[in-house]
Ligand binder design. Structure first.
Ligand SMILES: NC(=O)C1=CN([C@@H]2O[C@H](COP(=O)(O)OP(=O)(O)OC[C@H]3O[C@@H](n4cnc5c(N)ncnc54)[C@H](O)[C@@H]3O)[C@@H](O)[C@H]2O)C=CC1
Ligand SMILES: O=C(O)C(=O)Cc1ccc(O)cc1
Length: 362
């Protein structure tokens, strides 16, 4: 596709998008960021073709413009874009985690706006974390604005096809409702569990015991605070509604605990297990998918670099690494996450061929 594409905000998401859009051989990717060092890094990393110094000049040449900054800044930039001299047929989009406020802001534009949300990412941020394959197999939600026709949506889908994401159209309200349940509110729970640990004064050693499950459930609390401030303030009503449901759920749990009867408590866990086990598995409909590989490793120095070295030689990219510290005196379990099932299978074969460690898919 021959097109000038401007990506504003070259962090994890903007950088990953820019890099994967480079797969369109005839496209020219322009990149802008409020931080000039980020623009330079993106250019050096080969994520963009053209570093942009003047946002308005680059915008005037663009066929597509993506706002990939935190949603508060995206809203302000979108308001400013009304004063830019844009091409008549430009399509504007964003990558924000919230959609209703952005779509409301976009109503005032005299250009086509198609909201976007690639449902892939991590707790990392910044251009250094950007990856060409980040969106593969992930859902990529589009929320077309009132000026967007079927042909504009098709054009956007054609552009995004190279990301290998599963593009899905929703209304902004549907989007914000669903993401409040599976993404935004869980983030607040993760942060609040960490606060609960932070408040523990009697036994400071508790922090040392915060391994395994606690780390899994609170991983996303390590995400960028500005990004989550903006998500929380923009989708405030829906998130607060989820908090209301949660307080109801906690009341139910409190009653269960106060009664302290074995069978109702077992049933509570049973129901949660059934629902959790029936969720779509990664890559088959999950909103956010990674493919985990489990490796039983001995606790010896250099073990992780040995394994990542084998994968690097095999050109297999890892999206995340963590150790499940089940017990200090037994082997640990290293969990490596991959963007695609094909990468996970390649990694499994690679590690099995070169080590004696047990490798398995949960
Ligand atoms: N991190 C994640 O896992 C996901 C994030 N998103 C959304 O994508 C957007 C970007 O998130 P990330 O890439 O993770 O953030 P990031 O923090 O990695 O990158 C944001 C970039 O925007 C730049 N920026 C901030 N204000 C700016 C402005 N006024 N003008 C130009 N550049 C500006 C920053 O310097 C930074 O380089 C956010 O709206 C977020 O809600 C969507 C899906 C997943
Ligand atoms: O790391 C994780 O588990 C995430 O949930 C990443 C993420 C963050 C924000 C989004 O809008 C979508 C995905």
């Amino acid at each position: 596709m021959k097109a000038n594409i401007l990506v504003i905000g070259l962090g994890l998401i903007g950088g990953s998008l820019a890099k994967s859009l480079m797969r369109h051989e005839e496209a020219v990717i322009y990149g802008y960021d409020a931080d000039p060092l980020t623009v330079r890094k993106a250019y050096k990393m080969g994520i963009i073709h053209k570093p942009v110094l003047s946002l308005e000049e680059a915008a005037a040449d663009a066929d597509f413009i993506f706002f990939a900054t935190p949603v508060g800044a995206a809203k302000k930039l979108l308001q400013q874009s009304r004063f830019w001299k844009l091409r008549d047929n430009v399509i504007l989009s964003d990558t924000g985690s919230t959609k209703m406020e952005i779509m409301e802001t976009a109503k005032d534009l005299e250009r086509v706006f198609i909201g976007g949300h690639p449902m892939a990412g991590s707790h990392k941020s910044g251009v250094e974390a950007a990856k060409e394959v980040l969106f593969e197999n992930a859902y990529y939600i589009l929320t077309p604005g009132q000026r967007a026709t079927e042909s504009h949506i098709t054009k956007m889908k054609d552009l995004l096809a190279v990301t290998k994401a599963k593009v899905h159209v929703l209304s902004a309200k549907e989007h914000d409702h669903m993401t409040s349940i599976v993404s935004h509110f869980p983030h607040l729970i993760a942060a609040s569990l960490v606060h609960q640990l932070d408040r523990e004064q009697d036994y400071p050693f508790t922090q040392q015991l915060a391994a395994g499950g606690f780390r899994d459930i609170t991983r996303i609390a390590s995400s960028d605070p500005v990004m989550w401030r903006d998500i929380t303030t923009q989708n405030n009503r829906m998130i607060t509604e989820q908090l209301g449901h949660w307080i109801g759920e906690m009341d139910r749990l409190k009653n269960l605990l106060e009664a302290n009867e074995e069978e109702p408590i077992r049933q509570y866990f049973e129901r949660a297990k059934t629902v959790r086990d029936q969720l779509p598995i990664a890559g088959h409909g999950a909103l956010y998918s990674v493919f985990d590989l489990y490796i039983d490793i001995p606790d010896v120095p250099g073990i992780i670099s040995e394994l990542t070295g084998y994968l690097a030689e095999g050109q297999i990219s890892i999206v995340n690494l963590r150790i499940l510290e089940t017990r200090e005196d037994v082997f640990g379990i290293l969990v490596m996450s991959f963007q695609t099932d094909a990468d996970r299978q390649k990694a499994k074969a690679c590690i099995e061929a070169r080590t004696v460690y047990e490798v398995y898919i949960s």
